[in-house]
Write a protein that binds this ligand. Structure first.
Ligand code: PRT
Ligand code: MG
Length: 213
């Protein structure tokens, strides 16, 4: 049995049709089910529906052989036991530094609100700046107006949420999309099955039909 950890929410919504094109049809719609382990049309492939941040943890520890989650989550996870063979090209957005449009010049130690604490720390230390990072779990866009922080590091897609909160992009930190990840030991021990699954998902991501290997 191969277990695929799938990030719930918008990545699941976009990955489900992609997996179907690869010939991996989910037995139930995760959005309409309370079941967190879902059988598929391939009798040796099952899906675990998880919080995005938990996907790399399951794959790294071998509780799942493969996983699908956002590059933002992978940058923040910084684990070692993972391969990242495919960019699935779905759930695209950008990780950016954003601030109030007419903000005063940044102070020497800017206060930055984000849920991407590690990525933000690396970004600022790469510039030789020691930022004060304030961890939030959501609604980062309100932090500057509320006086909690000078700027935020968050995902932006259309920019509508930033604009609605009086913020503008100051700098792009990374281009984000959903990635397929693989447990390193599984890649070695179940090489034929894992690489055949990676191949068919890769063909589907490239827009080709999956076929039945
Ligand atoms: O996990 P959590 O519940 O905190 O996040 P969520 O419910 O916002 O998103 P979820 O679980 O459905 O999916 C999160 C994953 O989707 C991320 O890890 C990314 O890899 C990916 N993704 C792609 C996005 C977006 N696009 C996106 N636009 N995740 C979040 N957003 C947010 C963004 O932060 C902003 O607040 O959507 C909001 C709207 O963006 P605009 O610019 O279109 O207004
Ligand atoms: Mg969510």
């Amino acid at each position: 049995m191969l277990t695929v950890a799938l990030s719930k929410g918008r990545i699941c919504d976009e990955a489900t049709p992609l997996l179907a094109r690869a010939g991996i049809v989910l037995g139930e719609d995760p959005a309409g089910s309370r079941r967190l382990c879902i059988a598929t049309s391939l009798e040796d492939v099952r899906i675990l529906v998880l919080r995005a941040q938990d996907v790399p943890t399951f794959v790294e520890h071998g509780a799942a052989d493969l996983g699908i989650t956002g590059k933002d989550v992978l940058l923040e996870h910084c684990g070692a036991g993972l391969y990242e063979p495919l960019d699935l090209g779905i759930a695209r957005c950008r990780l950016v530094l954003a601030a109030v449009a007419d903000a005063k010049p940044a102070r020497p130690r800017p206060r930055v609100a984000t849920k991407y604490v590690e990525t933000t720390r690396r970004f600022f230390s790469g510039k030789g700046i020691q930022a004060e990072i304030i961890r939030l779990y959501g609604s980062m866009e309100i932090a500057p107006a509320a006086g909690l922080a000078d700027c935020i590091v968050d995902l932006v897609e259309t920019g509508a949420t930033l604009a609605a909160n009086g913020l503008v992009v100051r700098e792009e930190i990374a281009a984000i999309s959903a990635r397929l990840i693989v447990n390193k030991a599984a890649m070695k021990l179940s090489h034929r099955r894992v690489s055949s699954l990676v191949e068919r998902i890769g063909r589907a991501a490239a827009g080709e039909e999956g076929g039945c290997t």
